[in-house]
Design a protein around this ligand. Structure first.
Ligand code: UTP
Ligand code: MG
Length: 605
């Protein structure tokens, strides 16, 4: 086995192992059912030979089970016994089959269940960088289509494999007892079958991988289409998108058809070879039956065995296919599971239970992973506990990037960020993030009630606290107009709310969390200046106890901050209080004048 296949195999095995008892029961049931199945031709042979013996008047002993003897019994009784034996075998066979399937299929479902849980758990640990590199559709395809292929490998494939193997062994035993040369003739095509199947497996494997890649592509496209439906519609891009999707879909069907072609040729060849085996058995076995070296019943039994083994032999091909697909899928799932969570607790992490919120940046520089340009260069700043820092600067200056470093959504490339004098890398990640309330520039809401969105991440909360948080962000008035108040369900990503309502829901969420460090990243951009002032007024008592960072474009938002920094191309271009900065007559002053003018113009309007 190739090393990557071996590792995929070990990976799947680590999941199956947990259910070893079920595997054991399942395999025992399979061995039993396959054995029972191979007995049927023996009984049929007895029936035929017995009837023939009666016709010819020859003596014939039913070669089965000592407890019935054909001697001195009327044919009616003997046939009845044989009939009952066949029925009994069929019943036992059915029960054993049902049990084996119940056991083994449930294992495959358990494996799928465990794997999906692990998959999601792992993805939750991954950083933003990972999700920028891996498309949602691709990650979804791995969770659905690939884990599905692994499930088929663990359930149906184990059933197929073990029943084929066991049936083969038992059938071989009965066949050899009938006639050794005839058995060899019947099995002569086997090496060819194995060879053909083996030679095609690599091709099937490659084709299958290409199909999976295309499924990922297709899912990504569909997913982007649905989430961007409003943009698509407003730019009248429906036709284009339909066409683009169709192209991806065409490629998908092309790849599927080439796999089907390889598959069906393989199938046809296998059927042909099995047919040859059958012809040989009839040709040689027929002559043996005529010259009496085997009985007619035995010839029929032999033909039954060839038929019985035919399907499993072909299924070896299918099985190898499932096997290859399962291994390829396991490799794809492993790729994700093995991707290291790059931002996590390390051995440097201290035991801490709280932080007070004294924040400091020491010569921090930052380059987005995989890019070359520094987004932040040599940033040093300090926000004492309970103070308010404001960040302004042109779009693309690096404001969002700067605040994302604080809850470790990204790591600085150089320099250090300290909270309460310790490097944030040594603060337990969960504690750090719990103590920071970040209102993102683009609010994300879940399709849930407003209350649940505000109380997101807080396990125990009460209606009053949610209400107060909604009041602080001036959302209360809006909520009172909704049909179900706080319990109103908002559409996917908050589609039924206005931009300002979404932003205020996000602010309420951060307020309810009662964080030590509150970060508002352009969180008031979608509300009018009046509402902004109201929100700021309501937030004032909350902010005065906490370290606050406000990113804003409007100077009105940040006028009263304790310290203001002006970012330009990732460097601190100016800093000071509002008054100091105005006196400098630099970038900040220009911004201020421009905004004052705009306000005046608005008033004239
Ligand atoms: P920011 O997103 O930090 O800018 O991106 P900003 O100051 O907050 O801008 P506005 O006011 O919200 O618009 C800073 C630079 O980092 C790059 C962006 O292209 C931009 O040039 N960037 C951002 C990345 O390279 N990767 C990202 O994931 C995000
Ligand atoms: Mg930004």
């Amino acid at each position: 086995m190739k090393p990557e296949n071996r590792s995929a195999f070990n990976f799947i095995n680590s999941y199956i192992k947990r259910y070893w008892l079920l595997v054991l029961f399942g395999i025992v049931a399979i061995i039993f059912s396959s054995f029972i199945q191979t007995i049927i031709p023996v009984i049929t042979a007895a029936v035929i030979d017995y009837i023939r013996a009666i016709h010819t008047g020859a003596e014939y002993k039913v070669p089965l089970y000592g407890f019935i003897t054909a001697e001195n019994q009327s044919p009616k009784i003997v046939l009845l016994w044989l009939g009952l034996a066949l029925t009994g075998v069929a019943v036992v066979l059915a029960v054993a089959r049902i049990l084996s399937r119940i056991y083994l299929i449930s294992i495959s479902r358990h494996v799928e269940y465990d794997m999906l849980n692990d998959y999601l758990r792992h993805l939750q640990k991954m950083s933003q960088h990972f999700f920028q590199q891996n498309k949602t559709g691709d990650l979804m395809a791995r969770a659905t289509s690939d884990i599905g292929a692994i499930r088929r490998l663990t359930g149906p494939a184990i059933i197929q494999f073990s029943s084929t193997l066991v049936m083969f062994i038992f059938a071989l035993y009965f066949m050899l007892r009938i006639s050794i040369p005839l058995t060899f003739i019947a099995l002569a095509p086997l090496p060819f079958i194995v060879f053909i199947v083996y030679s095609r497996v690599g091709k099937i494997h490659a084709l299958f991988n290409r199909i999976q890649e295309q499924i990922s592509q297709l899912t990504s496209r569909a997913q982007e289409n649905f989430s961007g439906i409003r943009v698509i519609k407003s730019y009248v891009r429906e036709k284009f998108e339909i066409e683009a999707f169709k192209e991806e879909n065409d490629e998908y069907i092309r790849r599927n058809i080439s796999l089907a072609r390889v598959d069906s040729f393989l199938h046809a060849w296998l059927e042909f070879l099995l047919g040859l085996g059958l012809i040989a058995v009839i040709w040689l076995g027929g002559r043996q039956a005529i010259d009496g070296s085997i009985t007619l019943g035995e010839l029929v039994a032999m033909i039954s065995y060839v038929g019985m083994l035919g399907w499993p032999m072909i299924s070896v091909g299918i099985l190898l296919n499932i096997w290859q697909r399962g291994l390829a899928a396991a490799q794809r799932v492993q790729e994700v599971l093995n991707a290291p969570a790059d931002i996590r607790d390390s051995e440097m992490t201290r035991a801490m239970s709280d932080i007070s919120g004294d924040l400091e940046f020491k010569n921090v520089s930052f380059v987005y992973p995989g890019t070359a340009k520094a987004v932040l260069t040599n940033i040093s700043l300090r926000v004492p506990r309970g103070k308010k820092l404001a960040i302004v600067g042109a779009t693309g200056a690096g404001k969002t990037s700067l605040v994302h470093l604080i809850p470790r959504l990204y790591e600085p490339t150089e320099g250090q960020i300290l909270i309460d004098g310790v490097d944030i890398k040594t603060i337990p990640l969960q504690l750090l993030r719990r103590c920071i309330g970040l209102v993102q520039q683009e609010s994300f809401l879940f399709s849930d009630s407003i209350a649940d969105n505000i109380a997101f991440g807080i396990i125990e909360h009460d209606e009053d606290a949610i209400s107060r948080a909604a009041e602080a962000s001036q959302l209360k008035l809006d909520i009172d107009q909704f049909p179900d108040g706080l319990e109103t369900i908002i559409g996917e990503r908050g589609i039924t709310l206005s931009g300002g309502q979404k932003q205020r829901t996000s602010i309420s969420r951060a307020v309810l969390k009662s964080p030590r460090i509150l970060i508002l990243d352009d969180a008031l951009s979608a509300v009018d200046t009046y509402t902004e002032e109201e929100i700021l007024r309501a937030l004032r008592p909350i902010m005065c106890e906490r370290t606050t960072i406000i990113v804003a474009h409007r100077i009105s938002t940040i006028r009263d901050a304790d310290h203001i920094i002006v970012l330009q191309d990732g460097v601190i271009a100016e800093e000071g209080t509002h008054q100091q900065l105005l006196e400098k007559k630099g970038i900040y002053f220009d911004m201020h004048e421009r905004q004052k003018l705009e306000e005046k113009l608005l008033e004239i309007d």
